[in-house]
Design a protein around this ligand. Sequence first.
Ligand code: GAR
Length: 200
Amino acid sequence: MLKICVCVSGGGTNLGAIYDALEAGKIKNAQIVRVISNNAGAYALTRAKDHGTEAVCVSPKNFETREEFNKALLASMKECNPDLVVLAGFLVNIPGEIISTFRNRIINIHPSLIPSFCGPGFYGLKVHEGVLERGVKVTGATVHFVDEGIDTGKIIAQKAVNVEEGDTPKVLQQRVMEQAEWIILPETIKRIADGEIKIG
Ligand code: GAR
């Protein structure tokens, strides 16, 4: 049984897509053992509780220094003893100690075709704003392993999505989620649970 810890900051629609795939039996031999958010108000925490998962908030607001927050985040991850950590819209810079503790066991979903529109400053809606400003005709999403850089780890899966005339950042974000993110993230977890993709 692959034990998964999912980290989230916001609405958690990607988390929802993982639950859907687990509950439909598309992903077998896997279980979400804990959902961690840096944001106490994240709807993703409610989703987790609704699915009977332990939902934990580790917010930087509750710590005096970034180091203390980083330690608490690592401790919360270790506590649930995961085989895999999934960053599903987790808008926190992952400290080196967490990356080395879970080397090649952390994956992230990013809402563009890396190496375009990624790295510092490109997260959430800002990615789609950048895509529309540049005027590219194709965007998409990427699942990758997390290393010490920002969006620099080994790419595992990508899916392209067309940019349409008249798109707003929000409209494009929704299309990228529906046509790419909610598909390639659960698919990647399935491939890991099936042993097709090696982790660790
Ligand atoms: C998703 O689009 C995800 O790809 C993005 O945040 C959104 C979270 O939505 N992640 C990043 O930008 C990471 N750099 P969700 O909470 O509804 O899953």
